[in-house]
Design a protein. Sequence first.
Length: 334
Amino acid sequence: MKTNETMRTKSKQIIIGIDGGGSASECVITDTEGRLIGSGIGKGSNINFVGEEAAYEAIASALLKAGFSETHEVLAVCLGASGVKIDRENKQWISLINKLIPYVEKIFIVNDAMNALAGAIGLQKGICVNSGTGSFGTGWDDNRNFVYVSGWGPFLGDEGSGYWIGLEGIKSVLRGEDNRCKPTILKNSLKSVFQEDDIYKITQKITKTKKQQELISKICPLVFRCAELGDEIALDIIKRGAHELALNAKAVAIQLGFMDVEIDIAMVGSVLISNRLIEHFFRIEVQKMLPKSKVVFPRYPPVIGSVILAFDGINLIPDNNNFIDFVSMKPVKN
């Protein structure tokens, strides 16, 4: 019978990158040149929300879909995980990865903001502003000094995020209902979505649901739609959101000494990437605050950022041209 060590010496050497998000977990496997072997997607794996067992199953599913086999010789795994902030959580993740991949040589656990940054701008100095369900700014200098700003969560911050835009939309409807601001066509949109004419009953549905953050985030597209139709209140929300996101970039620039430096600022997250309106105002605000900077689209998705960090962690240099060949993960051209 072949021993595990014998099997490993005859197997293919691979690198694994994982992006363990709250809504989905994505895995990419490459060879030591960065050529794609496989990719897979599983359910969300934020341990703080779904628990260790569900996180294990989500990443196991993504690994299986990516073509992982225990006969592979895994040189390194990098996991960018939601909610990773303290050593205890890192140890928990390391234990989980060891269960999934028993013979991995190196394990790197980073906050998902860091692998998103690596995917967006690579390993050179730069800034990344993320706006999805939540929002935050990140960046690092040439010495890899990492800075993280905002991202205080839906109740304390996340300005400019999908949740924040949705919440501001709801609040503007309520203010209009009280005659504390101009009326907004958002009111009719809310009534249509909730299939309810009574605004009070709509507020009750929002406040009593267990999935409040998810529900409020779904209001975000309505705000964009109304803004595009010329609604002043909705347009003001988008402009304020863009300003807050630009402040994230400025805050990172101040901490890293980039205020008077030519620097790329990458936009990441579904809100900034998918909505031309907020992207437009974000570019304007950034130009005012950081005139020497350049706003760009991300080079690669966060899961490729995990691959990049795994390579870097073991001092291997992949051929980045191989990343461009990823059928479902082509970098966005600026």
